[in-house]
Ligand binder design. Sequence first.
Ligand code: PEP
Length: 251
Amino acid sequence: MRRKLLVGNWKMNKLNSEAKEFAIASVPFAALAKKNNIDIGVCPTYLSLATVKEFASKDMIVGAQNCHFKESGAFTGEISIPMLKELGIDWCLIGHSERRTYDNETNEKCNLKIKALIANDMVPLYCVGETLAEFEAGDTKKVVGAQVREGLADLTSEQVKDLVVAYEPVWSIGTGKNASSQIAQDICSFIRETLRDMFGDVADGIRILYGGSVKPVNVKEYLSCPDVDGALVGGASLKIDSFEELVRNIL
Ligand code: PEP
């Protein structure tokens, strides 16, 4: 039985003071989520990770939005996995489409980061998804299949069992243009079959999220799809009321 999972990606939003306010306000509904067997989490900027970790409920997953695959060295502007671990951070987004688009995050680079996270007992939340041009060309499965196979290359079934994958069609992120729940189900099911081909039955326990303009009004529809285990949410995770409504709507 896969537990439902709702993760907010704050991107480059919120001052540290605002992150603290959110963390404090989220404590009661983190307890509600736990009581209902739902995992919830947020991915603040690096600068707010320690604050959110300190003030949010211990039941709130706190994840980074990126990391470097090397432990240390001459990589100006980067943050390493040991730096995250020292703050108690044990989740990290990898391969978000904005990083793929603006920061040359390739499947190969994602693979290095995922391997480094797993070697450090951290949970990678690996994002995959096609662009609008790829969707319109009918290449969704080709693109997503390659992202899954290359991003998760050289890993064992034991290593991937706690990993989470998020299917986020690029054309639906921050655009208000949702993929239908049918598309979300089809591609999440395709991802699960790809995982099964690579890792065997462990694929049945791997959580797969949908992301792309998820709002309180549509979250339930996505989560009612058999292969959609939760949501990765950008815009609607920024306001405490809307995040709480997302949680309440999937109880
Ligand atoms: C995201 O950033 O991963 C995302 C899905 O954003 P939004 O919910 O705003 O489309």
